[in-house]
Design a protein around this ligand. Structure first.
Ligand code: UD1
Length: 354
């Protein structure tokens, strides 16, 4: 048994897209993983015990993990898990994440995302587990004042929707907690736009209903589940008028989580630090469509429609801090993001239900 195998990591929202890919990387790096999920955006396996995504993660890793169906709003169930295990660190993914839905039912978002996080932190405090890696988002930056955007850019004031504000509020809560007593270590990972899938095509993103985000929408058009893509606006101040984003391969993101876990487990790491996880390069919506068509030899029919509320022209990351402090850098190209998305989608046209 190596040292990592004795290190138990508690992962919330483990069945989801970024959670499942990150667990795979944690297992491959020798860590023991205990994951929870409430199945709000994932599918239970046939025997109802382990989510299908995590069953597949176990196969890919050649290693088992422990899973409990738990909602973070149920504090007693959380406590029971902390009684059974000795965690070195928590990686907190669990959250509702649909921007449009968050505008319709903001209180659901505040209760679930903010309330769930407060419960988790209280249980961590009670059991003296004080290291947490938090799944945040570039959405906390709101409308960029400059590009590329670095971690010192103001956060919160121009967030365009309740979902984004939950991420911002949780970051603020974590900062306050880390200042309130000794021993807390907090890493905030601000993801840009995660896309792609594990290169095997065995796990990937499986959104409920019609996808809100660009890449899953494109891949569902490619596979014939949706008729055509709607491009939200072509009059932005960008290279071709369509929105520009920093798309990052989910496996790069997963590796970023392992780097963050390694960092937070060092004796030197203290307090609270935010890191951007992106590639540092922006691509427009039309560039992504073209890259997908080239990489996958499929045609993506699309129409231009009005702008979507809350969208910004361009946003891409300054990723130098993560490289300097975590020793992490994204490696995978847009071509690979498209190829891997397509491998997953074409092998699993209806996601984990196949
Ligand atoms: C959104 C969220 C972000 C979240 C991220 C997850 C905001 C404002 N955005 O980012 O918080 O972390 O998803 O990946 O909070 N587009 C189309 N047609 C579509 C879908 C998207 O043209 O059907 C365009 C959008 O207008 C945008 C680009 O594609 O220019 C990317 O959109 P999307 O994938 O939804 O990501 P973001 O809005 O950047």
């Amino acid at each position: 048994m190596n040292d990592n195998e004795k290190t138990e990591i508690f992962v919330t929202g483990g069945a989801g897209y970024v959670g499942s890919h990150s667990i795979l990387e944690l297992l491959k790096n020798g860590y023991s993983v205990v994951a929870v999920d409430n199945f709000s955006n994932s599918k239970p396996g046939k025997d109802q015990t382990m989510p299908e995504s995590l069953k597949r993660v176990q196969c890919l890793a050649g290693k088992e993990l422990t899973f409990y169906e738990v909602d973070l709003l149920n504090k007693d169930s959380l406590k029971q898990i902390f009684q059974k295990h000795t965690f070195s660190c928590v990686v907190h993914f669990a959250a509702l994440k649909a921007v449009g839905e968050s505008c319709r039912v903001p209180l659901d978002y505040y209760r679930n995302n903010v309330g769930g996080s407060v419960n988790l932190l209280e249980v961590m405090q009670e059991f003296n587990v004080k290291r947490i890696v938090f799944s945040s988002s570039a959405t906390v930056y709101g409308v960029p004042l400059y590009l590329p955007i670095d971690e010192t850019h103001p956060v919160g004031s121009t967030c365009t929707n309740p979902y984004g504000r939950t991420k911002y509020f949780i970051e603020e809560i974590l900062k306050d907690v880390s200042k309130s007593e000794k021993g807390w270590s907090v890493i905030l990972l601000r993801y840009f736009n995660p896309v792609g899938a594990h290169e095997s095509g065995i796990i990937g993103e499986d959104p409920h209903g019609v996808p809100n985000n660009l890449m899953p929408y494109i891949s569902q058009v490619a596979v014939g589940r949706l008729k055509e893509l709607m491009v939200f606006g072509n009059d932005y101040d960008t290279v071709d008028g369509t929105g520009v984003r920093d798309f990052i391969h989910v496996m790069d993101l997963a590796e970023g989580h392992v780097s963050a876990v390694k960092e937070i487990l060092t004796a030197e790491f203290k307090g609270c630090t935010a890191y951007n996880l992106g590639t540092g390069k922006g691509y427009s919506v039309l560039e992504v469509i073209k890259a997908f068509e080239d990489a996958c030899s499929v045609k993506i029919p699309y129409i231009i429609v009005d702008r979507r509320d809350g969208d910004v022209d361009s946003i891409y990351a300054d990723v130098s801090l993560a490289e300097k402090c975590l020793g992490w850098k994204s490696k995978r190209s847009l071509k690979q993001m498209c190829e891997d998305t397509w491998r997953w989608q074409s092998k699993n046209p209806i996601g984990f239900r196949t």
